[in-house]
Design a protein around this ligand. Structure first.
Ligand code: ARG
Length: 297
């Protein structure tokens, strides 16, 4: 089965409000450049054999392009996001309609909890790593963990520039991930180091160019260009790295990963592993990464 990803064309994308430190309505984004950058990502994914599903863009919802925030997918279950800020709440109904049409079982969160989907909740192995504070509430993660019956580890995000978990943490395979330590408190860092066998550290400089915000498809990592150190480490691990330009989306606080929602399960989620994918285990990766800057435990 081909991997599948949801994207939304950037027809109405723009910087129309400021809800994170990257956004500045006076700087704005360039419509043509944004379109070209989005299309380049779309092309690369298609060439990798990904089936890209498209949701219709909606005027007045400039951030609908960030489909990572649609909700959380777990097998046939879709938990719709409940956005923190009013300016994004209008997206909810569109994503929910999409999920319904795709045949997902919708599991709505109780009232009064904020949750921003795969932007803040990512599987690595059988565990759901969940970021909270700026957008999602820790209570939403606890509720999701109980309802899905999956081990869930809430991680507090401490740097407003890295306000979603997917801006500072990226699972690559079960037991393998990359992260920017400065986005977490000491406790969060120790949880990640304890629970993830191979944790690749991203430098402050490369993290600030959104390198953690990467799309992983098989052994290919697509991310914002210009992170030579991280690219070298990923190549040592046996990954092919494709660097693209995302300048216009970074002005909105998002990059490659935010523009996608993996429909059939993130690469690192053990629940999606079929027999074929199961051969891509930590051990296989370990064999191929001798000498790389990996922190091992
Ligand atoms: N402007 C959007 C916001 O602030 C960017 C969302 C980026 N999405 C992500 N998954 N990190 O909500």
């Amino acid at each position: 089965m081909n991997p599948s990803i949801l994207m939304c064309p950037p027809d109405y994308f723009g910087i129309e409000y400021e809800i994170n430190p990257w956004m500045n309505v006076h700087v704005g984004s360039d419509q043509d450049t944004a379109r070209r950058q989005w299309s380049a990502l779309y092309e690369v994914l298609t060439q990798l054999g990904v089936e890209v599903d498209l949701i219709e863009p909606v005027p007045g919802l400039p951030d609908l392009v960030f489909t990572a925030n649609a909700g959380l997918i777990y097998k046939q279950i879709f938990i719709p996001s409940k956005f923190r800020f009013g300016v994004r709440q209008g997206e909810q109904v569109h994503f929910e309609r999409w999920a319904q049409a795709r045949g997902f079982t919708i599991l709505p969160l109780p009232d009064g909890m904020n949750f921003e989907g795969a932007g803040d909740a990512l599987f690595c192995g059988d565990t759901l790593f969940a970021g909270y504070r700026f957008r999602s509430d820790v209570r939403s993660h606890q509720w999701i963990g109980e309802r899905l019956e999956v081990p869930t580890l809430p991680l507090e995000l401490v740097d407003p520039r890295f306000y979603h978990l997917d801006t500072c943490f990226c699972p690559l395979a079960p037991g393998v991930a990359m992260y920017y330590p400065g986005a977490f408190d000491e406790y969060g860092r120790s949880v990640l180091r304890d629970r993830i066998g191979q944790l690749l550290e991203v430098s402050a400089e490369e993290a600030a160019s959104f390198s953690c915000n990467a799309v992983v498809v098989g052994r290919t990592v697509i991310m914002n260009q210009g992170a030579p150190k991280l690219s070298a480490s990923l190549q040592d691990l046996g990954y092919q790295v494709i660097g693209l330009s995302f300048t216009e989306f970074i002005k909105s606080g998002g990059s490659a990963k935010c523009l996608t929602l993996r429909i059939d399960g993130e690469e690192a989620a053990s629940w999606r592993l079929g027999e074929e994918a199961a051969s891509l285990t930590t051990t296989a990766l370990e064999a191929s990464c001798a000498g790389s800057m990996i922190s091992r435990r």
